[in-house]
Ligand binder design. Structure first.
Ligand SMILES: Nc1ncnc2c1ncn2[C@@H]1O[C@H](COP(=O)(O)OP(=O)(O)OP(=O)(O)O)[C@@H](O)[C@H]1O
Ligand SMILES: [Mg+2]
Length: 289
């Protein structure tokens, strides 16, 4: 991959469309081997960026979904207690004593996503997606620092594993809480904006191939405008895609159709938003008469 443009083309080939800023951020993350922290409103394509990168590089995607209460045992590694117990019983039955070193050996280690990424044999590095890091407790971030800084994990009983082919690491956050400076410092950073109307239309065109051209254009423009209203939940790209898919199934070719009103639940997800979007749609339809 010689430059950001070449990467953008590869991503385009797997239907992920980037602007220059995101192409540069992803390119640098690859070339410098640094983790990339992606932030942006819901539905701007943060999670899909990592998935698309894995497909574009033709390499496995290893995914860690973060949530409140996520522990090291679920994210890094865990000892297989049941197998250890069995080994102890067996050893007792055979009168062959087991030492701690026997029990805490690689044989009894269970890989979780981060250790799996560190131990990936290569030659092409995997893409590790640490999705929605802001949902994990802030202590969890501290567990990641060694890995993010050195592409390694220290297991007290076994020593340090360092990746021979360091994974491409993408972290995402919705900013539901502030992340620690220590974590930010170890990452490159990019804020993903909503796509411009032209790119947004192209994203929808690829996702809903049968949709009529005027429907794609007016729906993406309308949703772009609706994001400027004070909504509880601004619609992202997934919502536009759902809306156009719904209208297309119903045979609509543009937003003038009555069906636009009946399918508003695809883009407005609370009673207040529904009312606000319905009003905006009414104004839009009148202006088309
Ligand atoms: N640049 C893009 N190219 C192609 N598809 C895109 C792009 N951006 C968003 N999408 C589409 O929009 C949808 C939502 O994207 P995604 O789930 O990645 O958003 P997100 O930022 O992770 O949202 P959340 O914060 O809610 O998790 C997906 O269906 C994805 O295919
Ligand atoms: Mg996501």
């Amino acid at each position: 991959m010689k430059d950001p443009l070449a990467l953008a083309r590869r991503l385009d080939a797997v239907d992920y469309l980037v602007d220059d800023g995101l192409a540069m951020a992803l390119f640098l993350a690859l070339k410098l081997g640094k983790p990339l922290l992606l932030e942006g409103e819901p539905g701007v394509g943060k999670t899909t960026a990592a998935k698309a990168l894995a497909r574009a590089l033709d390499t496995p995607l290893i995914r860690l979904q973060c949530y409140e209460g996520l522990t090291a045992g679920e994210a890094l590694y865990e000892w297989n207690y049941q197998r250890q117990l069995l080994a102890i019983r067996l050893a007792e039955a055979q009168h062959t004593p087991l030492t701690d070193a026997d029990l805490f050996s690689a044989e009894f280690l269970q890989e979780r996503p981060i250790l799996r990424a560190v131990r990936h044999p290569g030659p092409v590095p995997p893409v590790l997606l640490i999705d929605e890091i802001d949902r994990a407790d802030d202590e969890f971030e501290a567990l990641l620092l060694e890995f993010l800084g050195e592409a390694g994990i220290t297991i007290p009983e076994l020593g340090t594993y360092t990746a021979s082919t360091p994974p491409v690491v993408v972290l995402t956050s919705n900013r539901s809480r502030e992340l620690h400076d220590a974590l930010r410092r170890r990452c490159l950073y990019h804020w993903i904006e909503y796509p411009q109307p032209g790119r947004a239309a192209e994203i929808v065109r690829r996702a809903v191939p049968g949709a009529a051209e005027p429907l794609i254009r007016t729906a993406t423009e309308f949703v772009g405008g609706v994001r400027g209203l004070e909504l509880d939940k601004a619609p992202g790209m997934a919502e536009v895609i759902d809306w156009v898919a719904a209208l297309s199934v119903l045979g609509a070719t543009d937003l003038a159709a009555d069906d636009a009103r009946w399918t508003i639940g695809a883009i407005a997800k609370t009673p207040d938003d529904r009312a606000a979007v319905a009003t905006a749609l009414g104004t839009h339809q009148e202006s088309q008469l």
